[in-house]
Design a protein around this ligand. Structure first.
Ligand code: ATR
Length: 280
C-alpha cells in the first residue's frame, strides 16, 4: 500500500520498458514489509541532468542506472565507491540525505552468482572475453577473489591492453595479460567467461575455435537471453559445466538492495520474481 511515507526507488535508463528490476525490488520490499516502491524512469540523455537533480528534490532514496547512462551519471555524483572507480561505470546510486553515492554491483553480483552455484575463482586460470564495462567489473572481482591468472581476449586489442594497464598494478599477485586469438588454443585454462554481447542473437560464437581443445571445467556467459547461448551449447555438449547470466542479474540486484537498505536482501524472493519476469 502506498502511503504518505512511502519511499521511492527506481531505475533510470533509456529504454527501460524491458527491465526486471522493478519486479525483483518490489517483491523484496513487500516481503520485508519495507514501506517503499521501485519504479522505472525512462530518462533520455538530454534529461539526465534534471533527472539527477530530481533524485535530490524528490528525495528518491536510490536508483539503478542502466544503458546509456552508466558512465554519464558520474559527474553528477558526490562520491564513488571503489567498484565504480575500477569499472568507470555506475549501476547503483544511494541518496544519503542529498549526498549521491555511486557504486557498481556487477562484479559483486558476478562473484555472488558463482558462489551460489558452488564455484570459486580462487586459483583458477580464466580466459575473459571482452573488454567493456562488464569485463572491467568482473576482472576486478576475480582479481580480488584470488584468481591465479586472467587472459583477456577482445576484438579490439587496445581496449584489452588498457584493462591490463589499469588493473595490473592494483593486483600485483594476479597475472593479467592480453592474448591473441592465434594462441588461444595453446592456453592452459580452467574457465572461459564471456562478457561480450556475441551470442545474444542465438547464433554467433565469441571465439572461432572449438573449446574441446581446452581442458575446461566451467564456461560462463553473462548473457541470459537466450538462456543457453551457442557458446554454452558447445560447452554443454562437451560435458563442461555452464552458467548463464541470470544469476549475475539477480545478485547485482541483491547487492544493490543491500547497498540501499543496509540489510540482507530476501534472495529467494528476488530470484522467484526474476524468474517470473524473465519467463522461466
Ligand atoms: P558492457 O557494458 O556490457 O561490457 P560494452 O562496454 O559496450 O558493454 O562492451 C561490449 C564488449 O563486447 C566489448 O568488449 C566489445 O568489443 P570491442 O571492444 O571490440 O568493441 C564486445 N563486442 C561487442 N560486439 C562484438 C562483436 N560483434 N564481436 C566481438 N566483440 C564484440
Amino acid at each position: 500500500m502506498i502511503t504518505g511515507t512511502t519511499q521511492l526507488y527506481g531505475i533510470i535508463g533509456h529504454p527501460v520498458y524491458h527491465t526486471c528490476s522493478p519486479s525483483m525490488h518490489n517483491a523484496a520490499f513487500q516481503s520485508l514489509e519495507i514501506d517503499a516502491v521501485y519504479l522505472p524512469f525512462s530518462v533520455t540523455p538530454e534529461h539526465l541532468a534534471s533527472a539527477m537533480e530530481a533524485l535530490r528534490s524528490l528525495q528518491i532514496q536510490g536508483v539503478n542506472v542502466t544503458i546509456p547512462h552508466k558512465t554519464k551519471v558520474i559527474p553528477f555524483l558526490d562520491e564513488l565507491e571503489l567498484p565504480a572507480l575500477f569499472t568507470g561505470a555506475v549501476n547503483t546510486i544511494r541518496n544519503d540525505q542529498g549526498r549521491l553515492i555511486g557504486t557498481n554491483t556487477d562484479g559483486e553480483g558476478f562473484i555472488r552468482a558463482l558462489h551460489a552455484a558452488g564455484y570459486s575463482s580462487r586459483n583458477k586460470r580464466v580466459l575473459l572475453l571482452g573488454a567493456g564495462g562488464s569485463s572491467r567489473a568482473i576482472l576486478a572481482s576475480l582479481a580480488k577473489e584470488g584468481t591465479d591468472a586472467i587472459f583477456l581476449f577482445n576484438r579490439t586489442l587496445e581496449k584489452a591492453e588498457q584493462l591490463v594497464c589499469d588493473f595490473q598494478s592494483h593486483f600485483p599477485t594476479v597475472s593479467i595479460q592480453t592474448i591473441h586469438e592465434s594462441v588461444l588454443q595453446t592456453l592452459s585454462i580452467d574457465w572461459i567467461i564471456n562478457t561480450t554481447s556475441v551470442g545474444m542473437n542465438g547464433t554467433d560464437l565469441p571465439i572461432s575455435f572449438p573449446i574441446s581443445l581446452l581442458s575446461l571445467t566451467l564456461v560462463v556467459d553473462i548473457i541470459y537471453h537466450p538462456p543457453v547461448t551457442p557458446l554454452l551449447q558447445q560447452a554443454s555438449a562437451q560435458g563442461i559445466s555452464i552458467l548463464n547470466g541470470q544469476g549475475m542479474l539477480l545478485h547485482q540486484g541483491v547487492a544493490a538492495f543491500e547497498f540501499w537498505t543496509q540489510q540482507p536482501a530476501p534472495v529467494a524472493i528476488m530470484a522467484q520474481a526474476l524468474c517470473r519476469c524473465i519467463g522461466n
